[in-house]
Structures are given as C-alpha cells and as structure tokens.
Design a protein around this ligand. Structure first.
Ligand code: GP9
Ligand code: MN
Length: 696
C-alpha cells in the first residue's frame, strides 16, 4: 500500500505525471460542466461516453504545448493554458444560460454592437458554482506552490511531446469516427452547435466555427448572379397567391408592428392565482376585428430578436449561427419592407428603448431603408426609467407617441418592447401580479413582466383610440421568440403540468402570438400553421402590394394555396400532420410519437424535410452570398445607406422638414395641437417626475 502511494507520488513528481494529472482534472471538470451547465441532450451510454471522451483530445493537444518547454516554465504554461481554456468554458457557460447556444466568431466579430448590454445581463445570471471551472487550475497551482508536487527539471524529450500531440490528433480522429457513426453528417449539416459540443467538445467546436466563419467571408466574394437561379426557381414554384377576400383591405393605412418581447403563446388566456396575465392581449386575441393565429411559431436561432426582425422586414431567415443583422446587416443589399413602403410614400420609423448599436440596428436599419430610428437617445432620461435592456415599456410606449404624432401619414412604425426580457427584472412598484411558482428564480417573474408589457399595450391602444389613429391603422402584434428556453426543463414541466416534457411538447412550446387587428377586418382565430417568415407576405397582400416578384421565403398566411410547412432554423419542422423536433417525429394533431415510419410516411417526411432543408439553404445562400445585390426588382430604387442618418439632431431636423412638406401627421391634422397629453399612463416613475424633456 505504502509503496503504491510512493509510486504515485514519484509519478506525479515527473513532468509527464503532472501533465496527466492536469489532464485528468481538466477532463473531469469539463465533463461536469458539459453535463450540468449545458443542455446538450445527452442520451444513452454511447453519448455519455463520447461526452467524457471528447474532453481528452483537445486537452492533449493544447495543454500538451507546454511539454515543448523546459523546467518551471513548462509547468506554468500548463496552468496558463488550462486557465485560458477554462475561461473560454466559463464565458460559454454564461452565454449559454442566456442564449442557449455557444459563442461564435460571428458574434465576436459583431461584439462591439452587443457587448455593453450583454455584459450587464450576463453579470446578473452568474452563479457561484460557475467558478468551479477554475477549481482544477487553483488546485494545481496550490500543489505546485506548496511543493506538494515537485517540479521535474529534467529535459522532456521533444519526441515525446510530439507523440502526445499526435496522440491528441489520433484520438480526435477516433472521436470524430465514433461521433459520425452515432450521428451522421454532424459537421456538414451544422444545424445545431449543441451537437458539435456534445460529440466533439468545446475546443473542437471553436476551431470548427473559426474555419467556417473564414469560409463564409470567402463565399461572399465568390458569389455571382447565377446563384440566384435556384432561388428564383424555388420561390416561383412555391408562391402562394393572395386571398382575394383580404387582398388590399389595408391599403393606405398606417402600419404598426408591435414586437412583444419574449412573448409566448401559452401566456394568452393564462392565469396566475386566478388573475389573467395579459387581459389586454387576450381581449385583442378574441376580438372580432382581430385575425389571431394559434399555430404560429417563432423561427429564430442565436440572433433572437434580430432574427425575428430579419424575418419580419425581409422574409429571409436569420443564419444558423450568430445574427445576420450583425454579420450582414451593414454590408448586404436588402429589399426590405421599410424601403418598399418608403417608395410607396410611407414614412418609416423604428422605435426601441435600447442603445442604437444593439444587434447592429444602427447600421442594419439603414440597409433596410428606415427613415427614422428612435432609439434610447431620442427619449427623455427620467429617473428610474430603465430596466434590463432598456426603457421600461410603459414609459417607452408613451415616449414613442411623442414622435408618432409628428410622422407624416401614412406611416410604417415598428415598436420593439423590451421589459419582458430574460431574466425578467422589474421593480416592485411596477409589479401587480404574482410570480410563477416553478422554483426557477429567473423564470418565475416572467408573468410579471409580461403583465406589465400587457398594461403598456393597453395604455398605447387607449392613446391610438383617443388620437384617432386606431381607425386608420392596421396593427400587427407578434411574440419574437420563447421567453422560457429549453434550458429550464423543470420550469417548463411545471407550466405544462407534465412530468417530463417530450420533444413534441417542447415544439408546441415554441408557439408565439401573431395577431392582425384592424377596424372592419374579418377576424377570428385561424388555425393555419405558420411562422415569422410568413408575416411579411401576409402583410404585403393586405396592403395590396403583390409580393410575387420579391425574393421572400414566406407565404401569405391567408392564402388558400399555402403549404403550412413551418421550418425551424435547425431543420426541424411542424406541419399540420407531422412535427419533428430534436430529431423525434410526432403526429401534430395527437402528439403521438412515430417510432417506426411506414414507407408512405417516410416518403412524406422526406418530402417535407427536403422542402425545409432547401428553403433554409437557399435563404442562407441569399444572405451569405449577398445575392440581392444581383437582383433587379422592377420599380425598386436600390437603398443607399448614405442617405440615412440616425443622429438625434439631424433626424429631428429631417422630421421637421418632412412635416412642413407633408402636412398629414396626427399633430398637423389636429390644428398643430399636440395629442401627447391624451396619452395616459400609470407608470409610477412618471407620476413622480411628470416633466419629460425630449431632445430638441
Ligand atoms: C435588445 C433587445 C433584446 O435591444 O432587442 O434582444 P434579444 O436578447 O431578445 O435578442
Ligand atoms: Mn427578443
């Protein structure tokens, strides 16, 4: 016994021994983090084995670099490399908690635009146990400093170091082989970063991502106008012509796009302790003047809000990784809704209570052709007006009315709310409903911020009625994406009152509201299956502007010809008949799983999958290759980013001139009397400080 211990001690006192100890601790730590900090969907013993195994090859290669150096330096390098790898793991843990995904180079490239807010929210969601990723680094440094393990000053042959590096690569090859046999096309399909980390580990994922980003940049320079051919062919054969009953019924009306942050469909008619969470939206949902869709899904990926915006403004999908608005928003050519509306005589404006740089909006909006972008800089700084990502909804909605009444009509206005954003921070004085009781602290206040959002919508609708805007406007309301990510399984189970939500239930949990409200609209609850990609063609047809020649991937939700295939960004899908989510297949109507497909089913499913893969692939081709630069849209004037500015002073000057030229704003039509005072809010912050100072 004693001699075994001594042998171990002697072993650890050699450089190889210390290296192996480092490796072992690193592997244990990584495995622990993979299985507790991420939601990788590890199933069965093979996948568990791979999850543990994949921690080793990268560590051999990276930490093994230290073996090429001599003496003490080599030991410190081992600790330093371990520290850097651990920090990368740590950063990914935090990022994952918020975004359910891993950090990408695309995101880092655009990080200037998102970092300020990201930091704020990441700090709020850090957990003490996250720091355990540094436990092995600290232990190893302590044993070195206290000489519990002695530094082996002997020369470590380069030959041996090279053998270890080579072993790292060989084991990676073995890892890849095993991964491919468990999950084919792992690297080629690239639908989900979770898969890559699960099978190959975080370091391999990072390298893979770096190579891919470089590759994407190269694609743009290689793309040519011929690449448009398959896109046009696909869009042409899948064009769904409008419903004559609705076509053009909103022609000439003001358009309001109301972006309900993180708002899921389950909140509609949902009650907490007998109290309706969203009475205003419920009423709107059931109104005779509202077309409400109850089988409508979000289709976002990592770009979340920005993906939703990309789909709503362009009917193009976001990218599988990162945010297309960040990676391509500044440079690509777009034929977006704001520009299309502008060229039909509309005033176009986006309103958002966050800094203009977030999600690269300040650049992407110029490419989209927005005349105005009323961001945080345009709103008065009242004390206590900010929470989480930006101005609290009640204050934001009211402040927006200050500019709305100045816009020459007709206008196309998008209002992006923000208070109902993870981790649902709201001060006590604004809470007027009980939280959920799932026991998940970051999820429970979700209904409280949703309730607050709902109240802000009510106040806004009151103003639209009071100012007369309501009767000549069409309102589009939609939830941008999930509020409770699949990373909160026990909270989801509590909400769904189920033991363990299966993939069908999780798929249905991705429903978000989509409502169209307009005086005189033939409303009702429509059960058509659709998603965010379909909003734009639907709206275009309502406005009487045929989308037939546009490069847009959605289909009018009111068209009798639509195919009702909802593509999720990762290649899964929902149709009225089948649902595929995380690889499992179900009957959509009953939720019953299909474990053995009949030949007929297989054929049908293959056909749907082919459509989904083609649609996503072609949309990505348009985005990655910047293909719209080659597309001549008849009657459309190409947007020149330089024509736009969102500088406060310049924008206000421009607005003043526009009002002089076209006297159709609400204010002008009201004998130049402001209607702003008719906006009533119970926001406590404004009761305490009623004076609002807008920039001049
Ligand atoms: C920030 C807001 C949040 O400005 O739109 O974006 P999200 O985190 O939901 O993508
Ligand atoms: Mn969002």
């Amino acid at each position: 016994m004693k001699s075994a211990l001594k042998k171990l001690r002697d072993g650890l006192n050699t450089k190889l021994g210390f290296f192996l100890l480092t490796l072992l601790l690193f592997a244990i730590k990584s495995y622990w983090a993979y299985s507790t900090k991420f939601n990788l969907g590890v199933k069965g013993s093979v996948q568990h084995f791979l999850l543990a195994f994949n921690t080793i090859p990268g560590a051999l290669v990276f930490i093994g670099i230290a073996l090429y150096f001599r003496g003490r330096l080599s030991y410190w390098l081992m600790s330093l490399i371990n520290f850097l790898l651990s920090t990368w793991l740590f950063a990914n843990i935090l990022y994952y908690r918020e975004f359910s995904d891993f950090i990408t180079f695309n995101l880092i490239k655009g990080s200037g635009s998102t970092s300020n807010n990201l930091g704020k929210s990441l700090l709020g969601i850090m957990k003490p146990s996250d720091f355990l990723v540094y436990a092995d680094v600290i232990i190893l440094i302590i044993v070195l400093l206290t000489h519990l393990i002695r530094v082996d000053m002997r020369y470590f042959k380069t030959r041996y170091a090279m053998t270890i590096t080579a072993l790292g690569f060989v084991l990676f090859g073995v890892n890849l082989g095993m991964a491919e046999s468990n999950r084919s096309q792992l690297l080629t399909r690239t639908f989900d970063n979770n898969y890559i980390v699960k099978y190959l580990g975080l370091q391999a994922y990072t390298i893979y991502d770096g190579v891919k980003t470089q590759h994407n940049d190269a694609i743009k320079s290689r793309a040519e106008s011929n690449d448009l051919k398959p896109v046009l062919r696909f869009l042409h054969s899948n064009y769904a012509s409008p419903n004559v009953q609705y076509y053009g019924t909103a022609k000439g009306k003001n358009v309001f796009i109301i972006h309900l942050e993180s708002f899921q469909q389950f909140l509609i008619d949902y009650k907490v302790n007998g109290q309706e969470v969203t009475p205003t939206l419920n009423k709107l949902y059931h109104s005779d003047n509202t077309l409400a869709f109850d089988n409508f899904f979000h289709q976002v990926a990592q770009g979340k809000t920005s993906d939703a915006e990309m789909m709503l403004e362009n009917s193009l999908f976001g990218l599988p990784e990162g945010s297309a608005m960040v990676s391509d928003g500044s440079t690509n050519t777009f034929q977006s809704m704001p520009a299309l509306m502008d060229q039909r005589g509309y005033t176009t404006a986006s309103f958002h209570g966050d800094v203009p740089s977030f999600w690269n909006r300040d650049n992407a909006y110029k490419s989209f052709g927005y005349q105005y972008f009323f961001s945080k800089n345009f709103f008065p700084k009242t004390p206590d007006y900010d929470a989480g990502y930006g101005i609290k909804d009640k204050i934001f909605m009211k402040d927006s009315a200050y500019y709305l009444e100045q816009l020459p009509q007709p206008f196309y206005a998008k209002l992006i709310t923000v208070t109902n954003h993870y981790p649902y921070i709201l001060d006590k004085k604004n809470k007027s409903i009980d939280p959920l009781t799932t026991g998940d602290k970051t999820v429970d206040p979700y209904v409280q911020t949703a309730h607050y959002l709902d109240q802000s919508i009510q106040e806004f609708l009151n103003y639209l009625d009071a100012s007369g805007l309501r009767k000549n406007s069409i309102l589009i309301l939609y939830g941008d994406h999930y509020g409770i990510s699949n990373n909160h399984p026990s909270a989801i189970n509590k909400i769904l009152k189920t033991k363990k939500a299966n993939n069908y239930q999780l798929a249905m949990f991705q429903k978000v509201p989509f409502m169209i409200n307009m005086d005189g609209l033939k409303g009702g609850i429509d059960h058509t299956y659709g998603g965010e990609i379909d909003v734009l063609p639907t709206l275009e047809d309502l406005l009487g502007m045929s989308s037939k020649n546009y490069i847009q991937f959605g289909q009018d939700l009111l068209s009798p010809q639509r195919n009702q295939i909802v593509s999720f960004r990762d290649g899964d899908f929902v149709t009225p008949k089948y649902t595929k989510y995380n690889g499992d297949i179900y009957y959509t109507k009953t939720g019953k799983q299909i474990k053995q497909q009949t030949p007929k089913q297989k054929k049908e499913l293959d056909k749907i999958q082919h459509y989904v893969t083609t649609e996503l692939g072609l949309s990505d081709k348009v985005m990655n290759g910047d293909l719209l630069r080659f597309y001549h849209l008849r009657g459309f004037k190409k947007v020149n980013k330089k024509d736009y500015t969102y500088n406060t002073q310049k924008s206000l000057k421009k607005l003043k001139q526009a009002r002089k030229k076209k006297k159709t704003s609400v204010k002008a039509e009201n004998n130049n009397q402001s209607t702003f005072d008719e906006y009533s809010t119970d926001a406590p912050e404004l009761k305490e400080n009623p004076k609002l100072d807008f920039p001049k």
